[in-house]
Design a protein around this ligand. Sequence first.
Ligand code: CA
Length: 651
Amino acid sequence: MFREIDEKYFYGGNDLGAVYSKEETVFKVWAPLAEEVSVRLYHKCTEEKPYRRLPMTKGKDGVWTKVVFGNLDGVYYTYKVKYCGLSEETIDIYAKSAGANGAMGMVMDMEAVNPPGWDNYKPIELESYTDAVLYELHVRDFSIDESGKFCYKGRFLAFVEGGMINASGDKIGIDHIKELGVTHVQLMPSFDYITVDETAVHKPQFNWGYDPMNFNLPEGSYSTNPFDGKTRVAEFKRLINALHTRGIGVIMDVVYNHTAQTADSCFTKTFPKYYYRMNGTTENGGYSNGSGCSNELATEKPMVRKYILDSLCFWAKEYKIDGFRFDLMGLYDKDTINEAYERLHEINPNVILYGEGWTGGASVLDGRLACMKHNARNTPNVGYFNNDFRDTVKGNNFKSKEKGYVNGASGADEFIKEVITGRIPHPQIPNLNKYAWTDTPAQSVNYVEAHDNLTLWDKLYYTNTTDSIQERIKMDKMAAALIFLSQGIPFIQAGQEFLRSKPFPGGKSFDDNSYRSPDAVNSLKWDRKSEYKDVYEYYRGLIAFRKAHSAFRMNTKEQVAANMRFLDKLPRGVTGFILTGDNELEEIIVFINPGECDVTLFAFGQYNVYVNGEKAGTEPIGTIEGNYVVSGRSVIVLGKIKAEEPCVPEE
Ligand code: CA
């Protein structure tokens, strides 16, 4: 049935929702099978009765329209949509803001709340995705802990609080992010999600936010007044502006793969079943549940795809968002994702797109079309989380005690080469060529820790309980070195740079799924930055070193094949590779020694040391020549300065 609807009623206009001007607001909703649609206007989001009820008129493309004259800035609205004789009231799926708990949309002048300097923003320039350094952060975690004396705890506005320090005098908050040197902050869901009750924000509540309610407006519980739709928009823009003015890009974590509600969602009330994938060949087979959350959006249907594309472009234009991270991207069809890239690239040529190349359950989407990691070549401009990297470096993500390369697994040497290349084909790793899933490092998001599962530090506790903290810190630093010195896009979770931990009370067991755990588990503990200052400085130094050297940021498999050579005849357990083609250094040599014992190597000629087990940075920390030692559980990076070009006198 829906196929006929798509053919007969596809609507390509870019004016769905409430289009505001000072003189009039035009309401348009696509509902080709609805029997009756009206728009209802309210002064406040807490009112029970609308002050106006206005019938809408259906056009031949299935779009219902109503023009309301006058300035509706700040007016709340809903639609009442009738099917089979029954009317249900719903928020507009295109609503740009809302009252508390996202039940009513708001008409508003979006420009009027732009912060000062908003229009001066020039997007962060990238030659390739591999120039980016990604930092995943939850809005509430950022500022809710007592170790940070923020005025706006847990709110968007904590990001505008510059000059913050912890009890030891170290920078925290946005100044910390700037000091660390990451290029982009990836905000965990900041669109409107359902679980946190926005009318009771004083009560302790927490959720990651992967339970979408309204895709086109910011979450209310992060604003200082969820009851006023303008506040959340204004304050989210101020957060973005604060990062932008410090030269940091903003990536949104988007969750168009499902909605928190199914039968009661705004999509269902607007057009029952159309927006979702259904089992079987009719509309009566039940909802496909590839998200593991009761439903999945049917991205391949023309008007669903249009909705997702409209939404992405809206965030990119209205909020100047620099990139998008797609949750459960395996539930999207490739055409939707490729078209998203085309459309967003037109708006911002430096946009970054990447996602999770898997699903949360079985989906009815044709597997050949799905944006699964093994299909990555179908979407060449989109990155994929490299879970092979994650599991090889620290051990299986789902088996807490299983070790990986840095924490003592035996036989991981061959696998580590495969992930250092960003999982692309390499002439020295014939095995890899069979199952490399991409040809370009820019498709590999290299990480060992994200919001899901145990943090790296907690995982190391389980895998290496009897080792000392000092030994586990060595393992953590090696994992960090692998993230920043491998080909691909480096990604860390906020706080990883000071050994983030999510302990249950007692501190001997750790939360591996903290999606609704209390702040005590989830929040960033800013005191840890000072407690583990050495680890923090190591991460910061690695980021700076990577950013200074193009050899770590190659973009094609040909470049990697020509400029990255693994070394043989090394002591047992040691992995080493040489990089050439760097912007500054003649050659860069990286050795990784995951064993407990020191090894002695020999250098032909003199090299500067930029990274060892202790320190990392852009300035040499020493020089070596002939015999030198690589400490147990450490990485060393050597660089040879380019010979001076002979000076040719001008004629
Ligand atoms: Ca909400």
